[in-house]
Design a binder for this molecule. Structure first.
Ligand code: 3PG
Length: 307
């Protein structure tokens, strides 16, 4: 079988070497398409691939259409909003993700961004410490849970969380106060760390009402997806509330307006960096290769997301 790794933002070399080893050891062939600049290149490369590994690369209906032999696509990472699941399902293609494999990298970045903003983006002036502050975790999945634990155990922060899919008892058992509503979460934290996926329900859901209710001097930290933010409302609320900060690993569509209007109260990484560590690349890349080989060998669909 031909396994194509198509990454506009390439994996670390060690990850590619590891993927190759797994693929070849299982009797398959590896093809690489890195740093491509046009979807046409992806369509051409995927034409004769049996399996596809991607990161945030967009696997659109057109890409799926061009993939004449594709049986499985694995998003090496957590969020699979870049895959057209309906198109995959319609062609009988199995879509998977690799949950948890890059979580630690994202969690560490969330903490790093909090420190960066608390210390005035490392410019001269008096900053603030994380110790004793309250962090709100919006969605207690793999990343949210790690951020919570690092914040609590490493920085002595108070942790509160809201996740309708996680029982309050589980949160409380891990030293995290469960909020009864999303409103309660936003109104009671100094830092809000976003970990919701981008879905039809969550897109544009974080706006004026929630951010405007945050405590004085609060900071919104986004290592999730830019799509969950209502940018116009966030611009409005940051203009009204001169004490609030926004830091994001995913530059907003209106990044120039944010920069111009909010200066040091806003920061966006130049390119999404959450999962950009050698460790995360190796974890997610090798997991993808193993999942594909296992699928071909035994039909294992454990991490399928288009069921
Ligand atoms: C994820 O959903 O796993 C992260 O957003 C990682 O994205 P990346 O592979 O493009 O860095």
């Amino acid at each position: 079988m031909k396994v194509l790794v198509a990454t506009e933002k390439p994996f670390a070399k060690a990850a590619v070497d590891g993927i190759r080893e797994i693929v070849e050891k299982n009797g398959h062939e590896l093809a690489l398409l890195e740093k491509y600049t046009d979807a046409a290149q992806l369509k051409e490369a995927v034409a004769d691939a049996d399996a596809l590994i991607v990161r945030s690369d967009k696997v659109t209906a057109e890409v799926v259409e061009a993939a004449k032999q594709l049986k499985i696509v694995v998003r090496a990472g957590a969020g699979y909003d870049n895959l057209d699941l309906a198109a995959c399902t319609a062609k009988g293609i199995v879509a998977m993700n690799t949950p948890g494999q890059n979580s630690n990298a994202v969690a560490e970045l969330a903490i790093g961004l909090m420190i960066y903003m608390s210390r005035n983006q490392f410019t001269p002036g008096t900053g603030k410490e994380l110790k004793g502050k309250t962090i709100g975790i919006h969605a207690y999945g793999n990343v949210g849970r790690l951020v919570a634990q690092i914040a609590k155990n490493g920085f002595g922060m108070n942790v509160i969380a809201f996740d309708p899919f996680v029982p309050a008892e589980k949160l409380e058992a891990e030293g995290v106060k469960a909020c009864a509503s999303i409103e309660e979460l936003y109104a009671n934290c100094d830092f809000l760390s976003l970990h919701i996926p981008a879905t039809a329900e969550t897109k544009g859901s974080i706006g004026k009402k929630l951010v405007g209710s945050m405590k004085k001097g609060a900071c919104l930290v986004n290592t999730a997806r830019k799509e969950v933010i209502n940018e116009d409302e966030l611009i409005e609320v940051l203009a009204e509330r001169e004490d609030i900060k926004y830091v994001t690993d995913i530059a907003p569509v209106k990044v120039d307006e944010f920069k111009e209007k909010f200066g040091a109260r806003f920061f966006a990484t130049p390119k999404k960096q959450g999962a950009e560590t050698a460790e995360a690349n190796i974890n997610a890349g090798l997991a993808s290769a193993n999942q594909i080989c296992d699928f071909f060998a035994t039909g294992n669909r454990k991490f399928q997301v288009n069921k």
